[in-house]
Design a protein around this ligand. Structure first.
Ligand code: TRP
Length: 465
């Protein structure tokens, strides 16, 4: 990574080229969201129709907003809070825009607190799979093993702690340091292993059931909450709406094309999620499991496959190792805006800022770890039963509310707040037509759709129906 000095007092790094950015941003985007969350929410929301809405949200809302977020980051080259502050000053807008940056920092904090607990499950499953724990078990046995695991707070807290320490260590050393290199071979490796799993799924005899489940759109199975979940997940899986992509964009070299880069990342991320679905659902149907099992889904299905396939212990351990890496590169981007802010504005060095934030996130994570056992409680959310108390609340609050809200504001600022010549200058699109199309989408289409879906959440339209 080349170091360049910017206008500001601190030294701001830069990716060595466009590909380094693509890899890092893909590292941020591809994570538990693709492999753990996408399959289980698709399962809970009936499959096909949900998947279709999700893909539409990626294309019409996600990718255009990603372009906007990268553009803002590269324009200002600072942490999200300072980016919003200095751009609103430069463009002659209200100083309140900096609160978008603040909300992003808060969202990253909240998300990482539960993300780390789940990443801890993946860590534990590296060791468990490697020790051959799943070789002798039926699907029922595998589910029981998982049930026992999550009911033990000590285990969850231990692995949550390990994962937070791993995250803080990398962030303390500086994001681009080592990350570029690691992602370069880990992403392709994860991709290949997913293909192996899909290959196994093809041999279960239930591949067609899996295909139909994921791609036959039966809209009678899709609820309003499902639509909201699909949209929220489009933000979550692309790491949008909280400044993570903005801060990575701030390290993007000036000559790289923002549009091409964002489209590449959006496609790569979607392909990984669909492959995960194609690997998991045939196993679900072959073993008579429940597609709507919830957050436990991959931990109850994949070990069954690893128990049965030749070389399963090796492939299984490798798979969970790669899942941990995918989660790691995402976790780093969740904490980076907060750490960058502390070190830019409060004179703390990176090590101190990472430690301070890491401890805070770790403490908050205890609530999630306990929500799967001692502190579990049930509640209803739009007719759907939720049973993991604080985990569900954090998930709904961030993915369904804060990220879409942050995304709308980022879209509005990129589309309306930035003067045309500034954004056009930064986007550097080859043809004016592409710029105009993007500008139209980000000004009108993405925010309107997002607002309609959000208002639906609050039951706004119910009174008219
Ligand atoms: N996109 C990541 C995933 O799918 C999670 C993530 C990383 C994220 N950074 C983010 C989500 C910023 C929202 C905002 O696992």
């Amino acid at each position: 990574m080349a170091k360049t000095t910017t206008k500001r007092r601190y030294v701001h790094g830069q990716w060595s080229n466009r590909w380094a950015f693509i890899l890092a941003a893909t590292g941020s985007a591809v994570g538990l969201g693709n492999i753990w969350k996408f399959p289980y929410i698709a399962g809970e929301n009936g499959g096909g129709a949900f998947v279709l809405v999700y893909i539409l949200c990626i294309a019409v809302i996600g990718i255009p907003i990603m372009m906007g977020e990268v553009m803002l980051g590269r324009r200002a080259r600072q942490s999200p809070i300072n980016t919003m502050r200095s751009l609103s000053a430069q463009e002659g807008r209200n100083g309140m825009w900096k609160y978008v940056g603040w909300m992003g920092v808060a969202a990253g904090f909240l998300i990482l607190s539960y993300y780390s607990v789940i990443a801890g499950w993946a860590l534990a499953y590296v060791v468990r799979t490697a020790s051959g724990m799943f070789t002798i078990h039926t699907a029922d046995g595998v589910a029981n093993i998982f049930g026992e695991f999550v009911s033990d707070p000590e285990k969850l807290l231990f692995w949550h702690t390990v994962f937070m320490v791993m995250t803080v260590i990398v962030v303390a050393r500086g994001v681009q340091h080592g990350l570029e290199k690691a992602v370069r071979f880990l992403m392709p490796a994860l991709f290949i292993l997913l293909l192996v799993l899909v290959g196994y799924a093809m041999n279960t005899g239930f591949f067609n059931e899996g295909l139909h489940f994921l791609f036959d759109a039966d809209f009678s199975k899709l609820t309003g909450e499902g639509v909201l979940t699909a949209m929220g997940h489009a933000f979550f899986t692309l790491s949008l709406g909280m400044g993570a992509i903005m801060i990575y964009g701030s390290y993007l070299p000036q000559e790289a094309s923002i549009a091409k880069t964002s489209i590449t990342i959006g496609i790569a991320d979607t392909v990984v999620a669909l492959l995960a679905g194609l690997a998991i659902f045939p196993i679900v149907f072959a073993n008579g499991l429940e597609p709507a099992a919830g957050p436990s889904l991959i931990f109850e299905t994949l070990p069954v496959a690893f128990g049965q396939m030749p070389g399963g212990t090796l492939f299984g351990s490798l798979f969970f190792i790669l899942l941990v890496f995918a989660a790691w590169t995402s976790a780093i981007s969740l904490i980076e805006p907060a750490v960058a802010y502390l070190s830019e504005n409060h004179g703390l060095d990176r090590v101190m800022s990472s430690a301070v934030i890491g401890i805070g996130v770790w403490a908050l994570g205890i609530l999630t770890a306990m929500s799967f056992n001692r502190w579990a409680f049930n509640f209803h959310f739009f007719g759907k039963a939720k049973e993991n108390g604080m985990f569900d609340i954090f998930d709904i609050l961030t993915a369904n509310i804060m990220l879409p809200l942050g995304g709308i504001l980022i879209a509005l600022f990129a589309g309306w707040g930035m003067r045309r010549h500034s954004s056009q200058d930064e986007m550097q699109m080859k043809s004016i037509i592409s710029y105009d199309v993007w500008s139209f989408i980000i000004r009108y289409v993405s925010p309107t759709l997002t607002i309609i879906i959000l208002l639906h959440l609050f039951g706004f339209f119910d009174r008219f129906l």
